[in-house]
Design a protein around this ligand. Structure first.
Ligand code: AMP
Length: 516
């Protein structure tokens, strides 16, 4: 018999000490208790069952951030379906790829998208397309849920059962779905609860998106594992974060958030006096930002490192020294090593190497991509992160760069290949290279270097024309901030474009223009 305790929802539910406890508060004062979380997620779980959802079925979700979206995530866990959240900025063309790949039983979208998704769903032979908001009769999951009982049977599953697929990518530029199990998510949530000393007294100020591991599996799951509370903001907004500091105890953000808050003198010692912890991750936090935050607020940011496939891997200590420019040490239960990228041999302490790791938080593999999964694991089971790092004399990990050419802009990952293929498809383009350049506000600014096709268009292709066309095809954060034109791209002897030379040549591009 399968032990039902391995269903992640069941584990969270068992910790609910009092159904009247606050689960989430919205900026407008609306409050949701843990009892409402239990009832609301049960209603949606029953509505999903009513739509024919079976364990293992994918539920693809592209919605705005809301408490209902959290209940939907928990409902998927309760019926042992696989939650597949997608970035709310994805365009229709981008969505088609994910929907075709995930083959969901149910697609949950916004009311604004419903009309354009219905024909697509028909073409892809999808089961159901529903919204979380009000919609034409039968079209709203919330309305279907409202008439359902407020209790449900939580489907027992073992720790290996898939709980979610989060899309990520590699050098191929096309997203791969990382399949995370109930056991993976539980291992990370409970390890972080202990490391960061979360208790039911904590109130987490939540300004991150709910479609990425940081906001969903770090911030939300740790809150649930601690039976703590959230202040749920729709997104990052300095004024809303400032207002929330009055009642919160913990903030989790990306470096861009801290840079923005530092520009606002309201974020000072009195304003942050109630807070016990500020966490940063998803992209490198500049040591200057770390120091400036300590000076302005008296708080030492705790920086941690993780990725979609693994959850959090290392963290600076809660109790010990938090060192700027480092991401700390592996969480308990995680094994980490640095190896030579060519030979695979362990590198001595202090030297650069590829970060490889193993632990109960490491995903099972990429959705329907056994070849890609094999390529990312060593024969002894270690996962190859793709990040290059160094272990310092204290035993703390420093991330020095990404082996792949991933760009992280404002906390979002942009895969150059994907942007390049959109640019290359434009009329008048010969070839392109997309790189990340230092940008004070975004960390890295997505930048396209374009070589015009021969013979050139008349009138010649311009930056403005390229950007206008890309805006219709790519989510805003993926669109280049600048498009530069060269007569040829630098290549090595093997014919491979040398992006490092481009990055070096244009490194001051955004510094020269300010932070726009
Ligand atoms: P994602 O899968 O979107 O979470 O992105 C994972 C990648 O973000 C990692 O492989 C790292 O390259 C990067 N990353 C995450 N946290 C940090 C950090 N604290 N410092 C530097 N890079 C980070």
């Amino acid at each position: 018999m399968i032990d039902s305790s391995d269903n992640l929802y069941t584990r969270f539910d068992r910790l609910i000490s009092d159904p009247a406890r606050l689960f989430a508060a919205l900026p407008d004062g609306t409050q949701y208790s843990y009892g409402e979380l239990r009832a609301g997620s049960a209603r949606i779980a029953n509505a999903l069952l009513d739509l024919g959802v079976q364990p293992g079925d994918r539920i693809v979700v592209q919605v705005e951030k809301s408490v209902a979206a959290i209940f939907l995530y928990l409902a998927c866990l309760r019926v042992a379906a696989v939650y597949v959240p997608l970035n709310s900025a994805y365009t229709l063309a981008e969505l088609e790829y994910f929907i075709a790949d995930a083959e969901p039983r149910v697609l949950v979208c916004t009311g604004a998208r419903l009309a354009e998704l219905l024909p697509l769903a028909q073409r892809l032979k999808l089961g159901h397309v529903v919204t979380l908001e009000a919609a034409p009769p039968g079209g709203s999951l919330r309305e279907r849920a409202a008439v359902q009982p407020d209790t449900c049977f939580d489907v027992p599953c073992d720790a290996d059962a898939p709980a979610a697929i989060l899309y990520t990518s590699g050098t191929t530029g096309r997203s791969k779905g990382a399949v995370l199990s109930h056991g993976n998510l539980a291992a990370n949530a409970f390890a972080l609860k202990a490391c960061w000393r979360f208790t039911s007294q904590d109130v987490l100020l939540h300004s991150l998106p709910l479609f990425h591991i940081h906001g969903l599996f770090v911030a939300l799951n740790v809150t649930l594992a601690a039976n703590a509370s959230l202040i749920l903001l729709p997104g990052f907004d300095a004024t809303a974060v400032y207002a929330g500091l009055e009642r919160a105890t913990v903030y989790m953000g990306v470096p861009t958030h801290y840079v923005r808050m530092l520009r606002d003198p309201r974020f000072d010692r009195p304003a942050t006096a109630r807070m016990r912890l500020f966490v940063s991750g998803s992209a490198p936090l500049l040591p200057e930002t770390h120091r400036a935050w300590a000076e302005q607020t008296g708080h030492t940011i705790l920086e941690r490192y993780g990725m979609t496939e693994t959850g959090i891997i290392t963290s600076n200590p809660y109790g010990g020294e938090r060192v700027a420019g480092t991401v700390g040490q592996p969480l308990p239960g995680i094994k980490l090593r640095l190896v030579d990228t060519e030979t695979g041999a362990a590198v001595p302490r202090g030297e650069l190497g590829m970060i490889e790791m193993a632990g109960p938080n490491v995903f099972a593999g990429y959705w329907r991509r056994p070849d890609k999964t094999r390529a990312e694991f060593r024969s002894d089971g270690y996962f190859v992160t793709g990040d290059i790092g160094r272990i310092d004399e204290r035993g703390y990990l420093q991330i020095v760069g990404r082996g792949r050419d991933l760009i992280i802009t404002g906390g979002y990952n942009v895969y150059p290949r994907e942007v390049e293929s959109e640019i290359d498809a434009l009329q008048g383009v010969g070839e392109s290279a997309v790189i990340g350049l230092p940008h004070a506000d975004f960390g890295e600014g997505v930048t396209a270097v374009v070589v015009a096709a021969e013979p050139p268009l008349q009138p010649p292709l311009t930056e403005e024309v390229v950007l206008t066309q890309l805006k219709a095809r790519l989510a805003g954060y993926k669109c280049p901030k600048r498009v530069l034109f060269l007569t040829e791209l630098p290549r090595n002897a093997m014919g491979k474009v040398q992006k490092s030379l481009l990055r070096e040549r244009f490194q001051h591009l955004y510094a020269a223009r300010g932070t726009s």
